[in-house]
Design a protein. Sequence first.
Lengths: 197, 197, 197, 197
Amino acid sequence: MAKKTGEKYQSIIEAAVKVIARYGYHQAQVSKIAKEASVADGTIYLYFDNKDDILISLFKEKVGTFINTARARIAPLEKAEDRLRELIYMHLWQMSQDRDLAIVTQIETRQANPNLRAGIYEVLKHYLDLIDEVIFLGKEQGVFRPDIEHRVARKMIFGTLDEAVTSWVMNERNQNLVSLVDPIHNLFINGLKVAKQ
Amino acid sequence: MAKKTGEKYQSIIEAAVKVIARYGYHQAQVSKIAKEASVADGTIYLYFDNKDDILISLFKEKVGTFINTARARIAPLEKAEDRLRELIYMHLWQMSQDRDLAIVTQIETRQANPNLRAGIYEVLKHYLDLIDEVIFLGKEQGVFRPDIEHRVARKMIFGTLDEAVTSWVMNERNQNLVSLVDPIHNLFINGLKVAKQ
Amino acid sequence: MAKKTGEKYQSIIEAAVKVIARYGYHQAQVSKIAKEASVADGTIYLYFDNKDDILISLFKEKVGTFINTARARIAPLEKAEDRLRELIYMHLWQMSQDRDLAIVTQIETRQANPNLRAGIYEVLKHYLDLIDEVIFLGKEQGVFRPDIEHRVARKMIFGTLDEAVTSWVMNERNQNLVSLVDPIHNLFINGLKVAKQ
Amino acid sequence: MAKKTGEKYQSIIEAAVKVIARYGYHQAQVSKIAKEASVADGTIYLYFDNKDDILISLFKEKVGTFINTARARIAPLEKAEDRLRELIYMHLWQMSQDRDLAIVTQIETRQANPNLRAGIYEVLKHYLDLIDEVIFLGKEQGVFRPDIEHRVARKMIFGTLDEAVTSWVMNERNQNLVSLVDPIHNLFINGLKVAKQ
DNA sequence: GATGAATGAGATTTCATTCAT
DNA sequence: GATGAATGAAATCTCATTCAT
């Protein structure tokens, strides 16, 4: 029913990111988003099925683009370690570039609404797959331990990055997210323990 | 104003965990919680300031207890590595014991409402402190690398555990959470890389 | 925010006068007013900020109109005495013409709510000003005593008329209000005392 | 059912005047009045049938006392004119002595609630009777015009005094109410017109 | 007589969504 | 395609009143 293309579709998405980041999803009334996008309330419904669909579409649009970019960026890198580092960098760098989007992604998107969660997860799955691919590659290349359960490693990688961005959005807005890339990468690769001499 | 003690206070908390886990915070009407707790709607407001306060109080109550238990459990352990393992175990075991609470904790509590987030974070802070203490201890004991930024390590530890529980709640309800304890611990300690021979 | 014009605005006002007169402000639920006006409950809030605003707007609308009419009616009269009489007549006649409005004006409007009182007084002030003007004119024309404090005279004029209407609304609904015009006018002009011979 | 005597009865009345004057009848919760009176909420209901009954009783108690005092004060005066002046004085003086009571009397008591109005009117009736008596006396003594309708004169007297107190309570709290006694008396007796030479 | 914890009915207001223009 | 006025369902919270102690 909803036509998910066109200039207005894009401006509604942009308006939604801005308004939701500022007011929170609950206080981001459809009329507010419409106003920000300079369209009539009813117009929103020509492009989106309902309010939840705005958030889901926004997430798909933005995170989908991110995944594509990330995938393209790691492709030329040969070593799994480098790909992992690039992934960490991309994640943190992208988020630090668009704070409104980060707010929406880290906070507003975690709404309890089951409809939402399902839509969100569908997109996220592709990102988790990308992480998995890096882990598998590392194992193949003999640099990551073969006995590591990829699901566990994936949880570590995604969980850590996610928590890093959430902290930044919530409490550490002045910190430089990108400065965490190497420390995180190092920790993932080498773990906590002191190297044996 | 609200009297946060007594038998009724406790039963409202229990009822709230149950109802919110089942219906989601938004669909967990105060009247539903009251009914589940076998009290009148108005009685809720003798013990809680408003609906948000139920969720915050519940979180404080439950997570507060968890932190105290966890702290008591790791205290007798001498090695930082063992404390870390115990922390991982406690986190995953506790959550797997009370799925309703896990749902509330991982999903419903992530509401965008600023009031909520502030109250939630206050409690969470104590947990993050506990993690920090283990990291510091590990450095003192010379088993964790001194150059590791504790804030980064903390993000890894908390982020990974949080993501593990979220995955379990959302997609992997049949998996055994506790079976992840050692793999996660191992990964934290040793990292991804193949040990040098 | 609320758009205070249009056909629906007017019909809500009329409905409100009717419903409030009949049930009292407190028992005049917004839904009752909406039903009487044949609009949806929510529509009320497109035209009024809140329930109090209905009462205030109604008062402004109705009393505002009354004041304009009264002012227009006394304008052509030259003598202050005649103007005073016309004012008395207008006041009592208008009220006797619209008993519902009189009820709302005399009783429901006297609610203790500070918001209300402020809004009401703002309108009433214009009426008191009109009375003042007549008093001043009478002094200029040398028919009203120059030593009379206009504030005192104004209180007498307004207080008496107000009390007359209140009595009529409350206890003397069968009495003819307009029959009081001359007795009141005579009393204002000549006072209680027996004329010297 | 309710026992309308005793020390606690009196302190509840006093507390009610204070609390209602300060917060308005609607915002003067029974529990607030109970607290101010240093009794339990339930105790109120040993002395009053319901919340309205507090306001009515308070009015009866206070205005009843006022009427008795006023009646006693005018009794020794022989001339109707003097009695009228004393009545005006008593009315304005008493009110200016107890601003809290004046607020309750002039504003809170005008609530739209029919139960209330009926109870209030019952008391007021006695005051209106007192005014009537003075008017009749004036006619008997040949100082007030025999053709004056006493109901009209009564409306003027009561309406003016009532309006004077309301204005004082609402807008002119700094004015000296008692200073209005003679101007009002003079106006009642002599009217607005310039005396014939 | 006094207490005060518990009750539960009830109404305003919001806002996603529709649909006639 | 675009508009925006109208809809109406739905839920939190208050507070007068009760009654077991």
